[in-house]
Write a protein that binds this ligand. Structure first.
Ligand code: BGC
Length: 251
């Protein structure tokens, strides 16, 4: 049963916009997860209409946490991956805030997933430096030091063999290049090897849709750092967004 400490999280991605009520005590969804196809082009106005519709469907008037696949500083989008480039420079808080009755908090999608894993999931008991990676259309990263988020790390874009890391090892690359689990695990290994040259985290959490099937590929990847699969899976972004809104840290 849902506790009384509820929030609403909306995870805006390149292919779907997903929302649910969140039980913030337990870190679990407290309603069905609603998913609406991301409009094309995914402009601020078009995405705003979907967000407004979702919030209305939940009959929600409180604070809303939103994620975007973008660097977000002071509520402004500074990059735009897999959404329309017209987001760059947009004041996301006010653009999306116009569509909903309550206040909004916005943060990077991987940062949101990371917050959820650190608070409720695979990194709940971790200490020191924790890196949460999300493998999806791209690769997202969330870096924590002593439980505190270092916002907007973009470690999916480190260079691997002359290419952008996410073009080598994102989950979408497995589909695009029709790679077997073994072949794709090799790509993830190349990516992690590169990352481990620069960072010495105490724990890496691997998330994104592929974390559900971590048994297929994680044992095939050699790594120096302890690596575990994410636990919140496709709820992580929603839960983390609602958490960020409730804590109002202003990422
Ligand atoms: C973007 C990040 C985002 C990640 C996952 C990357 O391409 O640069 O901001 O977190 O994809 O969506």
């Amino acid at each position: 049963m849902a506790g009384s400490n509820l929030g609403l999280g909306i995870d805006i991605g390149g292919s779907g916009i997903k929302g649910a009520l969140v039980d913030l005590d337990a870190g679990v969804l407290a309603s069905d997860r609603m998913r609406i196809e991301t409009p094309r082009p995914a402009t601020p106005a078009a995405v705003g209409d979907v967000v407004g519709h979702l919030v209305e469907r939940f009959d929600w008037t409180g604070e809303v946490g939103l994620t975007l696949p973008a660097v977000i500083t002071d509520g402004i989008a500074r990059t735009a991956a897999n959404i329309d480039p017209s987001w760059i420079g947009a004041d996301v808080r006010s653009v999306l805030g116009r569509k909903v009755p309550g206040p909004v908090e916005v943060l990077n999608d991987a940062d949101a997933a990371g917050l959820a894993e650190v608070r409720y999931g695979a990194a709940r008991d971790a200490t020191g430096v924790v890196l949460v990676l999300t493998f999806g259309t791209g690769i997202g990263s969330a870096l924590f030091v002593g439980g505190r988020l270092v916002p907007n790390t973009e470690l999916g874009h480190i260079e691997v063999g002359g290419a952008d890391g996410e073009d080598v090892a994102a989950a979408s690359v497995k589909e695009r290049d029709q790679l077997s689990w073994e072949q794709w695990a090799g790509r993830v290994q190349q990516y992690l090897e590169r990352l481990e040259r620069f960072l010495w985290p105490d724990l890496i959490v691997v998330g994104g849709g592929v974390s559900k099937r971590a048994d297929k590929w994680l044992p095939l990847v050699r790594h120096r750092t302890p690596v575990v699969a994410a636990q919140l899976q496709n709820a992580a972004g929603i839960v983390g967004a609602a958490l960020a809104a409730a804590e109002d840290r202003g990422y």
